[in-house]
Design a protein around this ligand. Structure first.
Ligand SMILES: N[C@@H](CCC(=O)N[C@@H](CS)C(=O)NCC(=O)O)C(=O)O
Length: 213
């Protein structure tokens, strides 16, 4: 089988999700960077792969795919290695629910608002907009308290084993914990703090750090 190709920069959380899935499955792959900060995702070459101008895009055996959930499920189905989707219906539904919360609410508030203003704007020499940060807070808090509640006493978000849900949330957490607000935000979510301690030590996470510049 040909080596899969992931198109996207290492700093993108959704690109890292796909890489985590590949790493957790033990699949060798090629990463082809797309400079999203320079607008390459909306350029002619990349929009042939992803008409909506986002990353990641994916190719395998002449099969092209975009949208992280579709790519992740495909990888989990096609390649051997530990299954990243619970066979138990309730745990599978929990995994799907957490991914939907990430796509619908957490990515927007944590990455596009909080992390962007706290980390990305200052990295580019600007000053983050406190109004946007404050506007994000109630949604960020709700997302974190829901992740804590849905995880319950399980070691992973959807049960006893790592699943796609963990691969979706970990790249977002990697940025969240760098924000000065993180300590306060995570003060009432001990289960998530424990989860992050274990998750951030996994070889898949260690092998996929975001690279800037
Ligand atoms: N629904 C898409 C979302 C992908 C997404 O938002 N990717 C971000 C990076 S993490 C992106 O492409 N940003 C570049 C841009 O919007 O120009 C998916 O699940 O793959």
């Amino acid at each position: 089988m040909a080596k899969p190709i992931v198109y996207g920069p290492s700093l993108s959380t959704y690109t890292r999700t796909v890489r985590l899935v590949l790493e957790e499955k033990g699949v060798d792959y090629e990463l082809k960077p797309v400079n999203i900060m320079a607008g390459e995702a909306q350029g002619a070459e990349h929009t042939r792969r992803h008409p909506f101008g986002k990353v990641p895009a994916f190719e395998h055996d002449g099969f092209s795919l975009y949208e992280t959930i579709a790519i992740s499920r495909y990888i989990d189905r096609v390649f051997s290695g530990p299954s990243l989707q619970p066979s138990d219906a309730k745990q599978a539904a929990r995994m799907d629910q957490i991914i939907a919360v990430i796509d619908s609410y957490a990515y927007g508030s944590i990455i596009r608002q909080l992390v962007w203003q706290r980390l990305v704007v200052p990295m580019q020499g600007g000053q983050g907009d406190e109004t946007i940060v404050q506007a994000s807070m109630s949604m960020v808090q709700l997302c974190l308290s829901e992740f804590e509640r849905l995880k319950g006493s399980n070691p992973f978000l959807a049960g006893q084993d790592i699943s796609l849900a963990d691969c979706f949330l970990a790249p977002i957490f990697a940025y969240l914990v760098l924000a000065p607000d993180a300590e306060g935000l995570l003060a009432s979510t001990p289960g998530l703090r424990q989860w992050w301690e274990a998750m951030s030590q996994r070889p898949s996470m260690q092998k996929t750090p975001p690279q800037f510049g």
